[in-house]
Ligand binder design. Structure first.
Ligand code: ASP
Ligand code: MG
Length: 463
C-alpha cells in the first residue's frame, strides 16, 4: 500500500500540533508500505507573506512584518526542542536579502511583481518542510525535504499556475526513484520551464498532494485537516452538520467550490484521472473515518449529500424584447466579461431568451456594468435591451448529490421548503447533469434557507 499524507497549516500551527502530526506519520509508517508527506506553510504564514508583498509593492514595508514571521518559526523550533541553528538561519537570510533586493525597486503591480511575489510566498513552505523534516530526523525517522519546484512543472501564470501534468509526473517519478528516505514535500509550489518558482493558487497544497499521488500511483491520498471531513453544510449556519462518509469526485468538487472549503477543488482532477481515492480526515480525531472521495461510492439511497453556499454576491440581469431569437447575444455578453477577467458564478436564461442573468463578485459589478453598456451600446440606445439591472447582498446556495439525477421531485422538495419559509428565490440554475441545483436568495435569508433545507434533507427525523 502506497499513500500520500497531506497536512495543512492549522495541523502544524505549533509544536504541539506538529508532534500530533508526527504521531500520525509514525502510525502510517507502521501500517503502510510506502508513504509521502506533503505540507503547507505554518498557519497564517502565507497570509503574512502576502501582506509583506503588498507592503513592499506599496513602499510601506518595514522589518517588523518579517520579524513576526521569524518569531513564529523560532517559537515552533523551540517548542520542538530543535537546534535553533538548523539551516533555517540560511533560509531566513535568503528571505531577508530577497526582500532587501526588492524594497528599493518597489516592483509595482506587474508580472515582475507577481513573479517575485511567488518567490516570496515559497518561503512559507520551504520553512515548514525544513522544520518537519528536522523534527522527524530528531525522532530517528529518516526524512528529507523535497522542494517541489524541482519537479512540479507549471506555466508562468504566477499566483495561480497551471500544472503540466505529464512533464511533472515524469520528473517526480525519476526524482523519487533514487530516494529511499521519507520525502517531506512542499505543497503549493511549482516552477515554470525556466525554473522560476510559481504557486498553484491559495490552498494549493491539497492539489500538490493529488499531483504527487497521481505521479506515484499511490493507493490513497489522505488530506488531513481540522474538521471531520466534508460536512453536509457550513457549521456557520447549521449546528452539528454531519461529516459525509462517501462522495464521488464530482460531488466533492461541487461542494468544495463554495462555502466552507475543506478541500481545494482542482485536487480532484489528478485523482479522478488516476482513480485514486481521496480521504479527508481530522488530525484531532484520527480515529474517525472522515470523508472518502472515489468514483464508486454506493449511493445508499441518499438523494442529496450536502449543501454549499457563498454569500455576498451580486446579480446582473440583462433583458429586452430585442434579445428574443437573436443569435450571439450570450456569446457577446460573456466574451466582453471574460475579456476583462470577470468571473461568472451562476448563469440562468429562460427559454424565451428574453432575459439572461448571472451572479458575480460585488467588486466586479461596476466594471461588468460598464463593459456591458459599452458592448451593447447600440441595442441599449435603440431600446432593444432594457437598462442593466444590478442587485447586491445575495447568496448562492447549491444542493449537491448524484442521487438527484434519478429522483423525481427533488426540485419540488427544495422549493417547497423555501416557499414554506417564505424565502424569495431570485434566480435558479440547474445543470443538465442534475448533480447540483443552485439558486440565489438574499444574504439575510441564507441562514434560514440552509437550516430549513438541512432539516428536511439531512436530519434523520425527516428521512
Ligand atoms: N500555504 C498556502 C496557502 O495558505 C497553501 C496551502 O495552505 O494549501 O494558501
Ligand atoms: Mg488548506
Amino acid at each position: 500500500m502506497k499513500k500520500i499524507l497531506k497536512f495543512g497549516g492549522s495541523s502544524i500551527a505549533n509544536g504541539e500540533r506538529i508532534k500530533n502530526v508526527v504521531s500520525i506519520i509514525e502510525n502510517a509508517l507502521n501500517s503502510t508500505h510506502e508513504i509521502y508527506v506533503v505540507i503547507s506553510a505554518l498557519q497564517g504564514v502565507t497570509d503574512a507573506l502576502i501582506k509583506i508583498g503588498i507592503e513592499v509593492r506599496d513602499g510601506r514595508y518595514t522589518e517588523t512584518s518579517l520579524q513576526s514571521i521569524l518569531d513564529t518559526h523560532a517559537d515552533v523550533i523551540m517548542q520542538l526542542g530543535l537546534d535553533t541553528d538548523m539551516d533555517l538561519g540560511t533560509i531566513f537570510k535568503q528571505l531577508s536579502s530577497e526582500l532587501a533586493k526588492h524594497i528599493p525597486r518597489c516592483p509595482g503591480a506587474s508580472v515582475d511583481f507577481n513573479m517575485w511575489n511567488d518567490e516570496l510566498l515559497s518561503f512559507g513552505e520551504l520553512l515548514s518542510v525544513r522544520i518537519l523534516s528536522a523534527f522527524l530526523r530528531s525522532k530517528q525517522i529518516d526524512a528529507e525535504l523535497l522542494d517541489a519546484r524541482k519537479v512540479v512543472i507549471t506555466d508562468s501564470n504566477y499566483g495561480n499556475a497551471y500544472v503540466h501534468y505529464q512533464k511533472s509526473y515524469d520528473r517526480i517519478r525519476s526524482y523519487i526513484m533514487n530516494r529511499s528516505r521519507l520525502q517531506i514535500i512542499t505543497g503549493f509550489l511549482g516552477a515554470n520551464e525556466y525554473g522560476k518558482g510559481t504557486t498553484l493558487g491559495r490552498s494549493g497544497s491539497d492539489y500538490s498532494a493529488s499531483i504527487f499521488g497521481a505521479a506515484l500511483n499511490v493507493d490513497e491520498i489522505e488530506i488531513w485537516t481540522d474538521v471531520d471531513g466534508i460536512l453536509t453544510a457550513n457549521p456557520k449556519f447549521v449546528t452539528g452538520p454531519s461529516s459525509i462518509s462517501e462522495l464521488t469526485y464530482e460531488e466533492a468538487m461541487e461542494l468544495a467550490h463554495a462555502g466552507a472549503t475543506v478541500i481545494f477543488p482542482p485536487t480532484m482532477i489528478p485523482a479522478l484521472y488516476k482513480h485514486i481515492p481521496i480521504v479527508v480526515k481530522n488530525v484531532f480525531r484520527p480515529e474517525l473515518p472522515g470523508t472518502r472521495i472515489s468514483e464508486d461510492r454506493s449511493l445508499q439511497g441518499d438523494i442529496a449529500v450536502g449543501l454549499s453556499s457563498v454569500s455576498h454576491v451580486s446579480l446582473i440581469r440583462m433583458q429586452g424584447a430585442g434579445m428574443v431569437g437573436v443569435k450571439g447575444i450570450n456569446a457577446r455578453l460573456f466574451t466582453c466579461l471574460a475579456d476583462k477577467g470577470i468571473s461568472v458564478m451562476l448563469v440562468s436564461q429562460a427559454f424565451s431568451e428574453h432575459s439572461t442573468c448571472f451572479a458575480l463578485k460585488p467588486e466586479e459589478t461596476d466594471l461588468a456594468q460598464m463593459v456591458i453598456d459599452d458592448e451593447f451600446a447600440e441595442e441599449l440606445k435603440a431600446k432593444y435591451i432594457d437598462s442593466i439591472l444590478v442587485k447586491h447582498d445575495l447568496s448562492l446556495v447549491a444542493v449537491v448529490g448524484e442521487g438527484m439525477q434519478t429522483t423525481p421531485g427533488i426540485a419540488g422538495v427544495i422549493f417547497e421548503v423555501l416557499g414554506r419559509e417564505r424565502i424569495n428565490v431570485e434566480a435558479i440554475a440547474q445543470g443538465s447533469t442534475m448533480r447540483n441545483i443552485s439558486f440565489i436568495v438574499g444574504d439575510m435569508d441564507v441562514k434560514r434557507a440552509i437550516q430549513a433545507l438541512h432539516r428536511r434533507l439531512f436530519e434523520t427525523v425527516y428521512r
